[in-house]
Design a protein around this ligand. Structure first.
Ligand code: SF4
Length: 500
């Protein structure tokens, strides 16, 4: 067979990112599991099945960020023959002697976000996401043809200082600067090892040329709340015009996606200006998306403070989407981060605005009550070990979580990780040896909460999933197994001891 000459620019990622997740994007969390905890075939069949592949080896669905870069390159004058979003299992159809650049997008390439807790709890070596990413970077075709490997996406900062065979780390937004960088690389010009892409205006964010994983449609970027540990906080708030949002929804539906996730850092900040939420704009956008006929609509992220300040708006969004009639629930990722107002004031002073930060625990509880009434499932993050956190602060977070135990959702306790280019970027991350007994008690409590709610979540989530009965039965089995395997660690941690 003649050798494939290859595309000039190949955009891809490993299978922890290029997965359909059976239509249930939350299954992607499994990528943080240690590789030795689970045989690879189970991991791929149950949690991260690869995306479907087209005849030419391209991926039929891809992460939204990769689609944006693809569109930006095509808009910048590269031809379809030069640019390909490639399926990671079919790189022989994409990479060849003509390939100059392999652009890899990743949210967590080195497994730095949540893995330390998981490694501590299960203790079985490196996670799937890190090992799959490294396998891709060292793919035989990349070694043979030596294109420049550029890593971008939300987790690109994790590769800084790591000797893993990456030529360039691309931080920031790609739409205007990445095509310029590609021309320089192709022209053999010097390009620095770390590139910082500039932010683009909301109306410049291009329309995708193909479907996205989970039907994710970007509606805006950035966040004004400025939390000290967070990278979106470093980007100014911008939103896309509704026509472009609708075009991205159409592209997804035409490519066969049925469910849509509207993505930005705080859904209720869409159209935000002058310190005010634009209810009319939000409802017009949701109802225009609804008219295009997706099976379900979700939002990716919500600020608890925005919800608290706009409770009637959440009820109106539910009605417009048809929660309870057209779909059984909506879900959103929210950031509780801490139950300690002292820590919030120190590192997230705008977290509760326009409400007072002193009322944070009550604000969170009010929102959970509202979520339950309106059938919204919150996936909440907590940050443990922020600088200056004391045992008393952790106890306050634990008390807050205890008060939420009966509300269905997920609670993700994350050890504080220093993300490059954030306000706390120069501080040391939180590690196992720093953990107080109160930290372990909190992690144990979150594990108890998650195990308690997982079965109901699986039941509700089924309406979005494309998996057949065998996969669902196996996932049910995994749920029961997780109860058995993890309960001994949970009990230990709830006593204030490390898991092992
Ligand atoms: S509210 Fe969320 S997205 Fe905004 S800065 Fe804080 S942590 Fe980041």
């Amino acid at each position: 067979m003649p050798q494939n000459p290859g595309k000039r620019i190949v955009l891809t990622s490993d299978t922890t990112m290029m997965s359909s997740y059976h239509g249930g994007v939350m299954l992607g969390f499994a990528a943080i599991m240690p590789r030795r905890a689970l045989p690879e075939w189970i991991f791929h069949n149950l949690f991260c099945p690869p995306v479907p592949v087209a005849k030419d080896g391209s991926a039929e669905i891809a992460p939204c960020g990769l689609r944006k870069v693809e569109a930006a390159l095509l808009d910048a004058g590269f031809s379809r023959d030069e640019v390909m979003v490639a399926h990671p299992h079919h790189l022989e159809q994409a990479i060849g002697p003509n390939t100059k650049i392999v652009g890899i997008t990743h949210d967590d390439p080195m497994g730095k976000i949540a893995i330390r807790e998981v490694e501590d709890i299960i203790g079985r070596g490196p996670p799937f996401n890190r090992s799959k990413f490294l396998q891709l970077v060292h793919h035989p075709l990349i070694r043979e043809h030596r294109p420049k490997v550029v890593v971008g996406g939300n987790g690109a900062w994790e590769v800084m200082g790591e000797d893993v065979g990456v030529d360039h780390i691309y931080l920031g937004e790609g739409e205007t600067d990445f095509p310029v960088i590609c021309r320089k690389i192709i022209g053999n010009e010097t390009v620095p090892p770390v590139i910082r892409g500039n932010a683009v205006a909301g109306d410049v964010i291009p329309v995708n040329r193909g479907a996205t994983i989970g039907g994710i449609v970007e509606i805006g970027r950035g966040c004004w709340r400025g939390c000290a540990f967070c990278s979106p906080a470093m980007r100014s708030l911008r939103h896309r015009p509704v026509e472009k949002i609708l075009e991205d929804v159409r592209v997804n539906l035409e490519c066969g996606q049925k469910d849509i996730i509207l993505h930005c850092e705080d859904f209720f900040s869409y159209g935000y200006s002058g310190g005010r939420t634009d209810e009319k704009k939000i409802l017009q956008m949701v109802s225009a998306v609804k008219e295009l006929g997706p099976k379900t609509i979700d939002v990716s992220h919500l600020s608890i403070a925005s919800v608290h300040h706009n409770q009637e708006l959440l009820r109106s969004v539910s009605r417009t989407v048809g929660v309870g009639s057209d779909q059984n629930h909506m879900s959103a990722w929210i950031g509780i981060e801490s139950g300690s107002c002292r820590i919030l004031k120190m590192h997230m002073p705008n977290k509760a605005r326009p409400a007072k930060i002193e009322n944070w625990p009550e604000i969170v509880r009010d929102c959970y009550r509202l979520f339950a009434e309106e059938s919204w499932l919150p996936v909440a993050s907590l940050v443990l070990g922020l600088p200056e956190e004391t045992a008393d602060d952790v106890i306050k977070t634990t008390e807050l979580v205890e008060s939420l135990m009966d509300y269905t959702g997920l609670m993700l306790p994350l050890f504080f990780t220093t993300i490059a280019d954030t306000k706390l970027g120069g501080r040391r991350g939180f590690a196992r040896e720093d953990a107080l007994p109160e930290h372990w008690q909190l992690v144990g409590l979150c594990l108890e909460y998650n195990l308690h709610h997982l079965k109901k979540l699986h039941r509700l989530y089924k309406e979005r999933m494309t998996a057949g009965p065998a996969v669902h039965a196996a996932l049910k089995g995994m749920n029961l197994m997780a109860d058995l395997v993890l309960s001994k660690y949970m009990k230990r941690m709830k006593r204030g001891e490390p898991p092992n």
